[in-house]
Design a protein around this ligand. Structure first.
Ligand code: BG6
Length: 499
């Protein structure tokens, strides 16, 4: 385990709206427990679960104890579990009932709760307006920059198109200052994602070649082996792969790997640079041979259901469970470099990876050998590829050519590896641990600003309007998606990475 070595300086009350939901059990409570065990919360804290169900403090605490035993990545030992649970309590209330908020405000006075407050809105977007209005009216939201402070964390989805995202931002900003809003994109909390900027800007050797002169193309893949487990059918049928994964996680990865060096590491500098990429980002034009969008839907197998057979999915659903895109970044650094994005459910392997493929050398002096097992062939020159493996087997790998030991002068592709597990015998922190810690200490760098969210949706809207209807091609569960996705690649001999 990596020691966090940080502490929240001021005591805080953490209020979770939607406290009986899946996210609280699987992610939020385990993350808070880990922070507690790491000593990050020693200045004092209280966790209040706000929900409608008729629970008592005891039933809520018991549920959270069970959740910790099931989902915590670190060992849950009894003395610290009991000590942690002593900080938990339940607040029964309906999000739309103003008295539930005035009662909560009263508790701050009566129970001498830590006055700084962090509200975690793990609720559907249609409830955000009511929740923020009631929080504000009851005096629970304090003025920006004041003491005690209040911050509000908002879970995705932040709308489903530009219009709804603008509306959501308007509602939030009517009640809460931007500096007090923390929009979570959990990919930004992943250790390896944060390493993209360190790797690019803490080394001198990569940055000079990260541009259109040297890079052939970039591929970003987030493949999942899961389908509609945990009853997500109804949500996903309305959302689809483009809105669920590309509009936020994949665009954020794309920004980090292509943005200009920021002038500092504070939130504003990094977000400003990401914004420039989002403004320059567009779907590449389709040609007769190379479309720029391919949608797919899993067709199932003998043992696994098709998407249309999943619970709470329409039997004639046209929602894409897979999408591949060819994008372009219209700026001086990246003009003409295709950026391929691909994500899907029920694919062959769980993997999230960014691969930056460089151009081949201008002159091919050597013969190149490519081997699969014991079988080797002479092939064309293999390009260098830099791979950021986000998950699993986290690491950064550079494929280079090296002379193969033999009496001939032939070269073969070899890997220069940096793997987290090889370097550090420590488990990586969970994304939510890092993000909750940052929200508690008031660092918004790894959260998304309102203009970023809107810029992301602006691009997404053009993708759907451009292709009118994305009629998904069927693909078998456990495959790499529809074969039609291959046609997106301008140079098909490169192939999709990972396959
Ligand atoms: C969520 C999506 O934001 O990210 C899910 O809503 C997806 O559909 C999940 O499964 C993937 O996250 P991770 O961390 O498992 O890659």
């Amino acid at each position: 385990m990596i020691t966090l070595d940080v502490q929240i300086e001021e005591p805080v009350t953490f209020v979770i709206f939607g406290a009986t939901g899946d996210l609280t059990r699987r992610k939020l409570i385990p993350a808070l427990y880990t922070l507690f065990k790491e000593g990050a919360l020693t200045s004092g804290f209280s966790i209040i679960g706000f929900a409608r169900r008729d629970y008592t403090d005891e039933t809520f605490c018991q549920l959270m104890e069970d959740a910790l035993r099931e989902h915590c990545r670190i060992p849950v030992d009894d003395p610290s579990l009991k000590a942690f649970c002593a900080h938990l309590s339940y607040h029964r209330g309906d999000i739309s009932d103003p008295t539930a908020y005035t009662r909560l405000m009263q508790r701050f006075n009566d129970e001498a709760l830590p006055p700084n407050r962090l509200f975690y809105l793990s609720i559907t977007p249609d409830l955000i307006e009511t929740a923020t209005h009631n929080l504000c009216e009851s005096g629970l939201i304090t003025p920006a920059g004041g003491s005690p402070w209040s911050r509000t964390v908002v879970e995705k989805p932040f709308g489903h198109d530009l219009n709804s995202a603008q509306n959501l931002n308007r509602i939030l900003l009517e009640h809460i200052d931007e500096s007090q809003i923390y929009r979570i994109d959990h990919y930004l909390g992943k250790e390896t994602v944060q390493n993209i900027l360190s790797f690019r800007f803490a080394n001198t050797i990569f940055e000079p070649v990260f541009n259109r002169t040297y890079v052939d193309h970039i591929q970003i893949t987030a493949a999942e082996t899961v389908g509609m487990e945990s009853g997500r059918g109804a949500f996903y049928d309305k959302t689809g792969a483009l809105r669920d994964m590309v509009a936020n996680h994949l665009f954020q990865l794309l920004c980090l790997v292509t943005m200009e060096p920021p002038d500092g590491l504070e939130a504003k500098s990094i977000r400003n640079e990401k914004m420039k990429i989002l403004r320059a980002l567009a779907l590449a034009s389709s040609t007769a041979d190379h479309p720029s969008v391919c949608c797919g839907q899993y067709a199932g197998t003998e043992t696994a259901p098709a998407f249309r057979e999943e619970e709470r999915v329409a039997p004639d659903s046209n929602t894409e469970t897979f999408i591949a895109l060819r994008m372009e970044i219209n700026n001086w650094r990246w003009a003409g470099v295709p950026v391929y994005l691909r994500t899907g459910k029920n694919l062959a392997k769980k993997t999230t990876e960014i691969s930056v493929q460089f151009k081949t050398p201008p002159l091919s002096l050597f013969q190149h050998v490519a081997c699969k097992g014991d079988l080797c062939d002479l092939t064309g020159v293999e390009p260098n590829t830099l791979i950021f493996r986000i998950q699993p087997d986290e690491g950064i790998f550079l494929q280079v050519s090296a002379k193969r030991p033999s009496m001939q002068l032939v070269v073969e592709s070899v890997d220069m590896d940096f793997s987290y597990s090889g370097k550090w015998d420590k488990e990586l922190p969970e994304a939510y641990e890092r993000l909750l810690l940052d929200a508690l200490r008031g660092d918004s760098t790894l959260f998304t600003r309102s203009d970023e969210v809107e810029a992301e949706w602006e691009v997404i809207d053009t993708i759907f309007s451009g292709t009118k209807e994305c009629s998904p091609k069927p693909y078998p569960s456990g495959s790499w998606g529809p074969m039609e996705a291959d046609a997106l690649l301008i140079n098909p001999s490169n192939g999709w990475k990972n396959e």
